[in-house]
Design a protein around this ligand. Structure first.
Ligand code: HEM
Length: 159
């Protein structure tokens, strides 16, 4: 029963991570494509809240339920697929944390432009392209983890 409860939570975390990540990227991209500071500010405001509410919760929950599962099932944390997953998780974090900051800045810049009736500043456009570029490795690493979780390939980093 404990095993299924842990796995259930772990899978909810996985779907939230992938779903929120893809959803946020899509809505931000669509808002950006309008070129309208008012729309971008509105979407970025929601995206920032969604990232703190859903992604951040799942980011914390995922390794906790994952390590608890490994312990419960009897996997060693030095198994290759677990080590590689944790490394990829760190890679994701290294790209996701700056993305959170970029979203905050893009929201503020879009709000400032909207309130003054100005066009989006160059700083916004620079941030948008950095945000766009950072999303790919972050999302690819999560997809890699998903593959490792499902296939659990047998290899070791350590003897
Ligand atoms: C960050 C550290 C993580 C650790 C230590 C970890 C650990 C584990 C373990 C030990 C299992 C096997 C459970 C079993 O045998 O029933 C598992 C399953 C699973 N994990 Fe993770 N996990 C982590 C992150 C993630 C992430 C980020 C995702 C996806 C975004 C994910 C998705 C899954 C899925 C879908 C399964 C079920 C696979 C299946 O039953 O075929 N995990 N995880």
């Amino acid at each position: 029963m404990v095993y299924f409860a842990l796995k259930y939570l772990h899978l909810i975390g996985a779907t939230v991570l992938l779903g929120t990540g893809a959803g946020i990227a899509f809505f931000m991209l669509m808002a950006h494509r309008t070129g309208e500071a008012v729309q971008i500010a509105a979407v970025a405001r929601i995206v920032v809240v969604a990232d703190f509410l859903f992604t951040a919760t799942a980011v914390v929950e995922q390794p906790i339920t994952g390590i608890a599962l490994a312990w419960h099932v009897g996997y060693s944390l030095t198994d290759g697929w677990i080590v590689l997953s944790i490394l990829l998780y760190i890679v994701t974090g290294c790209f996701w944390l700056p993305v959170v900051w970029m979203q905050l800045r893009m929201r503020d810049l879009a709000e400032a432009a909207a309130s003054k009736g100005l066009t989006l500043p160059l700083a916004y456009h620079r941030l948008f392209w950095a945000w766009f570029a950072f999303g790919f490795p972050a999302f690819a690493a999560v997809l890699g983890i998903l593959w490792l979780m499902i296939t659990r390939p047998a290899f070791r980093f350590f003897l």
